[in-house]
Ligand binder design. Sequence first.
Ligand code: 13P
Length: 246
Amino acid sequence: MRRKLVVGNWKMHGSRLANAELLAALLAARPFAADVAVCAPAVFLSEVAASLAASDIRWGAQDVSAHEQGAYTGELSAAMLQEVGCRYTLVGHSERRAYHAESDQLVAQKAQAALAKGVTPIVCVGETLAEREAGQTDAVVKRQLSAVIHQLAHCAAEMVVAYEPVWAIGTGRTASPEQAQAVHAVLRAQLQAATGRGDSMKILYGGSVKADNAATLFAQADIDGGLIGGASLKAADFIAICRAAQ
Ligand code: 13P
């Protein structure tokens, strides 16, 4: 039985005050039956780490450099994330693929850089609306995942995968539990074929997960939790989603 994981992706939101209030509420709501983590803007990670250090709630970054160190202005290395205690980092979020032109190959290299420092990459995959309507959903997510599987080779089973259909992100238009489950099953089969450990790997769903739809999504056989954007910024909503993951 896979333990569920709920991860909040704060994206470019938050402030010292807002973060402190959100984390205080989250800490007060424990214990959760699922593992819980928040991916905060990098500038806040040390403070988030200090707030959560004595708890079982984990924290992570939203991106990582593919490079180990060097003249890469503005980037953050996996070693830096490790040093501030990040358990996770997102890689290949669709907003980075779209606005920062991140290729499948770069995403794969980032995942490898994270794993090399013991930071678990949460590898995001997902199709656009045009790709779904053209019947390309499975092909797109398999291509995106395949690049990472190839790069990580024997370590591929260490990653977490997040299926985030681009058309469901921030739109209020959630994939139906059946639509999400169908893609998760495809991804799990791919992971199983590549690693032999697909049955123990976590595949999260992201895209307009809210307090009122989380339980049905998380009840699907291959959905192991969620990657939560907007609703992770509101304590009551995020707590309700964490509680929906049993
Ligand atoms: P929303 O939950 O706001 O749709 O965002 C999903 C997401 O992109 C999480 O990474």
